[in-house]
Design a protein around this ligand. Structure first.
Ligand code: PEP
Length: 259
C-alpha cells in the first residue's frame, strides 16, 4: 500500500514571523500523524527557521524549486546541495506557475529532477494541462509529454524515488477542482506510463498526488480514489487548521480506500 502524502506549498507568502507561527501550529497540531506523510514547503527565506521549529518531528521539509547545479555562478539561485544541507527532503519541480511565469522548459526541469535525485532529495514532478488543452482533448498528450521529458535519461531504478503531482493548470488557485473521476483517470494514465518507463513495481510504489484547489471540503472524495495518493495543497496550506483537516482526511480516507 502507498502511504498517503500531503504537501503544503506556501508559495511566495509570509514574513518570517508568519512562517514561524504557521510552522508552530502545524507542529503542535500534527504531533503524531498516523498513516500519512506530511511535508511543508515554505519560501526559501523561511526554510531555516521552519526547519528549526519542525526539528526531528514527523513533518518534513521541502523547497519549492532548486537549481540544477550543486554550486556555481548562478546569481539568485539555490542549489539542491544547499537544500539538503538545510534539512530539506523534498523539492517541488515543474510547478505550472514556474513553467508559465519563468519559462521553465521540460529540459530544464529534467536537469533539476536529476540534480535533486543526486542530492538525495525527493523530486515532486508537477505536470498538468491548461484549460485550453483539456478543451481540445489534449490532456493525456500534454501530461505524457511533460512526464517523458521530465524523466528523460534517468535510470529506471531512480524513477521509483520520485513523487508525481497531477495539477491541472485550470484548477490551481481557482477554486475549481478536478472531479475525483477526472483526476483518477489522469493518475491511472500516468501510472501506466511509469510502468513503461521504469517498471510495474516502481509504478505501483510511486505516489501520484492531486493538486488544484484542494480543501478540507473536497479532500476526502479525492483521496478516496485508489489512484490518488494524497494532495499538493497551495492556498489551503496557509491555514494551519484547514491543512491539518486535509492531512487527517487523507490519512483516514486514504488508508480505508486502499486496504
Ligand atoms: C499548488 O500550488 O500547487 C496548488 C495546487 O495551489 P492551490 O491549492 O491553491 O490550487
Amino acid at each position: 500500500m502507498r502511504m498517503p502524502l500531503v504537501i503544503g506549498n506556501w508559495k511566495m507568502h509570509g514574513t518570517l514571523g508568519e512562517a514561524r507561527v504557521l510552522a508552530t501550529a502545524l507542529r503542535d497540531g500534527l504531533k503524531r500523524p498516523r498513516g500519512v506523510e506530511v511535508v511543508c514547503c515554505p519560501p526559501f527565506t523561511a526554510l531555516a527557521a521552519v526547519a528549526e521549529i519542525l526539528g526531528a518531528g514527523p513533518i518534513q521539509l521541502g523547497a519549492q524549486t532548486c537549481h540544477h547545479e550543486a554550486a556555481g555562478a548562478h546569481t539568485g539561485e539555490v542549489s539542491p546541495a544547499m537544500l539538503a544541507d538545510l534539512g530539506c527532503r523534498f523539492v517541488l519541480l515543474g510547478h505550472s506557475e514556474r513553467r508559465r511565469e519563468l519559462g521553465e522548459s521540460d529540459g530544464l526541469i529534467n536537469r533539476k529532477v536529476g540534480a535533486a535525485l543526486a542530492h538525495k532529495l525527493t523530486p515532486v514532478l508537477c505536470v498538468g494541462e491548461s484549460a485550453e488543452e483539456r478543451r481540445q482533448g489534449l490532456t493525456f498528450t500534454t501530461v505524457e509529454g511533460q512526464l517523458r521529458a521530465g524523466l528523460a535519461g534517468l535510470a529506471g531504478d531512480t524513477l521509483g524515488r520520485i513523487v508525481l503531482a497531477y495539477e491541472p493548470v485550470w484548477a490551481i488557485g481557482t477554486g475549481v477542482t478536478a472531479t475525483p473521476g477526472q483526476a483518477a483517470e489522469v493518475h491511472g494514465y500516468l501510472r501506466g506510463l511509469l510502468s513503461e518507463l521504469a517498471s510495474k513495481e516502481a509504478a505501483q510504489k510511486t505516489r501520484i498526488l492531486y493538486g488544484g484547489s484542494v480543501s478540507a471540503d473536497n479532500a476526502d472524495a479525492l483521496v478516496a480514489e485508489p489512484e490518488i495518493d494524497g494532495a499538493l495543497v497551495g492556498g489551503a496550506a496557509l491555514n494551519a487548521q484547514g491543512f491539518i483537516a486535509i492531512v487527517r482526511k487523507a490519512a483516514r480516507v486514504g488508508a480505508a480506500a486502499k486496504e
